[in-house]
Design a protein around this ligand. Structure first.
Ligand code: FAD
Length: 276
């Protein structure tokens, strides 16, 4: 049976970026994604761009998930945005706490993603399929691994339907996370988030910020390639295809690709996995 795929984009900031993303989406649609999702700047900074991109995806006949972060938001503003998304025909949300850009105060009426999940359910019943974030390698601000796992379980019990993980290159962390969550009664599907490797410096920067571990052997191999982009890409495709293959063999429910608004690496991985 085919493994369901989903693709994540960020809202482009320029007209050129918007045009490029339209072309990228058409290339990726050939793989018949279950849905495409669009990220949301915490503090609401990109919400118009998010909603515009989500609207384009829906108009292209593809199911779209809007990411939705709640840090710094009020109940009234969340209520209003939920009504907008519902009127647009959005049926799927990725409900997040988000990270406030520096310079913002704490404020707001939501403290954790679980507060947002509970609020969405209270306000809109079953109108939306709700995804939440999961961190097999532990969220960087977690008080402890146990507290982080419990926070995940709380999000699922607040009404989330499924989860997408932070990206990882160590599948053991994912399998352990899924087992531990199951033991605590959180049995919702946990979809691995897959980050293709296209640039060594970008990957290191992201990973340091979000707490994803780059295993030593991958880090050293990438560093060893220096500016040789072709070798970085070739190595990255091998590593990420092997990871996906391992996950597929273990029966994961789907794969979610962080496309970074590019199609080539994702398409090549899917082709190598013979999913397309
Ligand atoms: P939470 O689940 O609220 O967890 C945040 C921290 O608080 C964790 O350390 C957790 O252990 C702790 N915590 C949670 N609940 C409690 C509690 N009750 N008591 C004590 N501690 C608690 N960011 C964006 O800005 N926009 C996006 O579109 C976006 N999309 C993402 C998509 C995915 C699939 C993933 C994995 C991440 C995404 N992020 C996005 C990043 C995310 O916003 C950050 O990782 C953020 O720091 C945490 O958000 P969360 O929803 O996981 O928060």
């Amino acid at each position: 049976m085919a493994l369901p795929l989903s693709f994540e984009f960020f809202p482009p900031k320029t007209p050129e970026g918007t045009e490029k993303l339209r072309a990228v989406r058409q290339q990726l649609y050939v793989q018949k994604p279950e849905f495409c999702s669009v990220t949301y700047g915490a503090g609401g900074s990109t919400h118009q761009g998010t909603f515009d991109t989500v609207g384009e995806i829906l108009a292209e006949g593809v199911s779209a998930a809007s990411h939705f972060s709640c840090i710094g938001a009020t109940k009234a503003s969340v209520r209003e945005q939920l009504a907008t998304l519902k009127a647009m025909g959005v049926k799927r949300l990725v409900a997040l706490r988000g990270d406030l850009p520096s310079g913002y105060g704490i404020g707001g009426e939501f403290h954790h993603a679980s507060d947002l999940v509970a609020f969405i359910r209270e306000e809109t019943g079953r109108d939306f399929h709700i995804e939440v974030a999961a961190y097999p390698e532990i969220h960087p601000q977690a008080k402890s691994p146990e507290a982080d796992l419990q926070a995940y379980v709380t999000k699922i019990k607040a009404g989330a339907d499924s989860a997408i993980t932070q990206y990882f290159y160590n599948s053991d962390a994912y399998f352990r996370f899924v087992d531990d969550a199951h033991k605590l009664g959180a049995t919702a599907p946990v979809v691995p988030g897959i980050m293709p490797i296209g640039s060594s410096t970008q990957l290191m920067r992201f990973s340091d910020a979000c707490g994803a571990e780059i295993p030593r052997w991958i880090r050293l191999r990438l560093q060893g390639y220096g500016d040789d982009i072709a070798s970085i890409k070739a190595f990255g495709l091998d590593v990420v295809t092997d990871l996906c293959d391992q996950l597929r063999s273990a029966g994961v429910p789907a794969l979610h690709f962080y496309t970074m608004n590019q199609s080539a690496a994702t398409l090549e991985i899917v082709k190598r996995l013979q999913l397309g």
